[in-house]
Design a protein around this ligand. Structure first.
Ligand SMILES: [Zn+2]
Length: 261
């Protein structure tokens, strides 16, 4: 009986959280991420570069951020540092990324997939930080990037390629004289990672408690779009990834932390 009540409460909490996301949250309307000028009536369109390691990272982990940015008119660019060729289907996965990006309203011409012999997908492949820094810098310069968004030092899943991408961006920030703003996606513990939309409450609370605004909570205004985008990664769209996309908090909310401090 007690278990039934607990399960019932969890289902109710899940539904309320989804409703909050779907109807548009008044809490989230206070989010000012990259939107300071807009609130003052000034144009605020920025060039934002999302730096990822593999095709599907953009949808599985960053879709709340992408949806937030595109819906506010920012120019989103995606730099994917490998084709995801661990299983020998890098060519297919590269094309899938272009298809998923279109669903996420990022034009294909703003998506770049790197296929470098020293940056190959794999758990035991160490990616050189200097090489990563050079490639990312080239993209930042050529696209006049204002803001970089990437993984944090754990990279959500602990995948070494994700962690190396973080180190590449970190190195660029240390060596660059340019004023590029950078944000990292905060990795959640396993409980928060798989509590679906319920995590929005904690994410919003933590961001609001952070007085210097170095934490931002971005709700996914269109989680169904994320699901549709993930379906474009057909080679990866198997049952456990369908479960992941449904139960992962990263489908519903991203907590971003400023890297420049
Ligand atoms: Zn990945």
């Amino acid at each position: 009986m007690v278990w039934l009540v607990i399960v019932g409460l969890l289902v109710l909490l899940w539904a309320v959280s989804l409703g909050k996301i779907h109807l548009g949250s008044s809490l989230n309307s206070k989010t000012t991420f990259l939107n300071d000028n807009a609130s003052a009536g000034l144009p605020s369109r920025k060039n934002v570069l999302l730096v990822i390691a593999h095709p599907d990272d953009e949808t599985m982990f960053f879709s709340p951020t992408i949806n937030y940015l595109t819906s506010r008119g920012h120019n989103v660019y995606i730099l994917c540092l490998s084709t995801g060729n661990a299983d020998g289907i890098g060519g297919i996965r590269k094309e899938e990324l272009y298809l998923a990006s279109v669903v996420l309203k990022v034009p294909s011409q703003r998506v770049k997939v790197v296929d470098h012999p020293d940056l190959q997908d794999g758990f035991h492949k160490v990616w050189n930080c200097n090489l990563l820094e050079m490639i990312i810098k080239e993209e930042v310069d050529s696209k006049a990037i204002d803001v970089i968004i990437t993984f944090d030092n754990y990279g959500v899943s602990g995948h070494c390629n994700h962690c190396d991408v973080h180190r590449g961006v970190r190195k660029l920030l240390q060596n660059s004289s340019q004023q590029v703003e950078a944000w990292e996606l905060v990795s959640n513990n396993i409980l928060r990672k798989y509590c679906g939309p319920v995590d929005i409450w904690l994410s919003i609370l933590l961001a609001r408690k952070c007085l210097n605004r170095e934490l931002q909570s971005l709700l996914n205004e269109n989680p169904f779009q994320s699901y549709a985008a993930m379906a474009q990664h057909r080679s990866q769209w198997i049952w456990f990834r369908k479960l992941f996309v449904s139960f992962s908090s990263y489908t519903y909310v991203n907590t971003l932390k400023m890297m420049n401090r």
